[in-house]
Write a protein that binds this ligand. Structure first.
Ligand code: LIP
Length: 257
């Protein structure tokens, strides 16, 4: 299944790449939450191909109405993760596809066609970037940890969320090496898998932002939990906390100051 999945995603990557270099019309789904015709075109292409090839899976996708779809055995699609980057021609933007069996991650692909970087993983088989095995960083000193985060769209309208974003940066920044905001949750998780970042956290993400990155990171030796340090539940938890495993406990402590 993985080979077929990658073949289709690489073809869909051509649609994303074509749109990336053009000036685009942008619509708003909510304040700060952008969508273009390319998000829709990539999603439609993937849904059409996947529904023919992988009939036993439901499809959950960012730009679709998923209200009556069961998550148990599903393919969870973000056609363009990092749409704001895509619109502004910042090259951190990717197609993210996570395949779930019995609600557990089974296969994952994150493909950035601009940088031609394809991250993939299968449960129990490791994680790879363009065929090269990925391993998380071995850094265990939080003071040397490079941390990534993101700012939820809700911070534009919800002052509690905005205050929480600011408080956590105030708490974490003096304790770690530095903080980065790349603008694509799936790529952030892959960057922890690659050993570039030691940790990553963000609130209010959707299942499609992280469905693939979670497996890629855990297969590279990383750890993913909620902010209490318990198993991260897709569709349920407010915060995701992802690390190289080594700094996890201290990171959780520092996020709860
Ligand atoms: C986005 C993320 C980004 C995050 C945004 C949003 P989209 O996904 O990947 O990192 O901060 O809240 O969820 O909307 O571009 O697919």
């Amino acid at each position: 299944m993985k080979k077929e999945l990658i073949k289709v995603i690489k073809k869909a990557g051509k649609i994303l790449k074509k749109g990336y270099y053009l000036d685009k019309e942008v619509s708003l789904k909510a304040k700060k939450d952008l969508v273009t015709k390319y998000d829709v075109a990539v999603e439609e292409y993937l849904k059409k191909k996947f529904s023919k090839k992988f009939k036993e899976f439901n499809i959950i996708a960012e730009e679709s109405d998923n209200s009556s779809i069961e998550f148990n055995n599903s393919i969870i699609i973000d056609p363009i993760d990092g749409t704001t980057n895509f619109v502004n021609k910042v090259p951190h933007t990717a197609i993210s596809v996570g395949v779930y069996k019995d609600k557990k991650p089974y296969l994952a692909v994150v493909y950035n066609p601009i940088l031609d970087e394809l991250y993939e993983a299968k449960i129990g088989c490791g994680a790879y970037l363009n065929g090269k095995k990925l391993e998380v960083s071995q850094e265990d000193n939080f003071q040397k940890a490079l941390i990534a985060t993101g700012f939820p769209y809700s911070s534009g309208t919800d002052s509690d969320d905005l205050n929480d974003v600011i408080k956590k940066i105030k708490d974490i920044l003096p304790l770690c090496q530095d903080i980065r905001r790349l603008g694509s949750a799936s790529i952030d998780l892959c960057m922890v898998a690659k050993g570039v970042f030691e940790g990553y956290y963000e609130m209010n993400l959707k299942a499609w932002d992280v469905s693939a990155g979670i497996l890629i990171l855990t297969e590279a030796g990383g750890k993913v939990t909620n902010i209490e340090g318990d198993e991260y539940k897709l569709f349920e938890d407010k915060y995701i906390v992802a690390t190289n495993s080594k700094i996890h406990e201290e990171f959780i402590k520092n996020l709860n100051l």
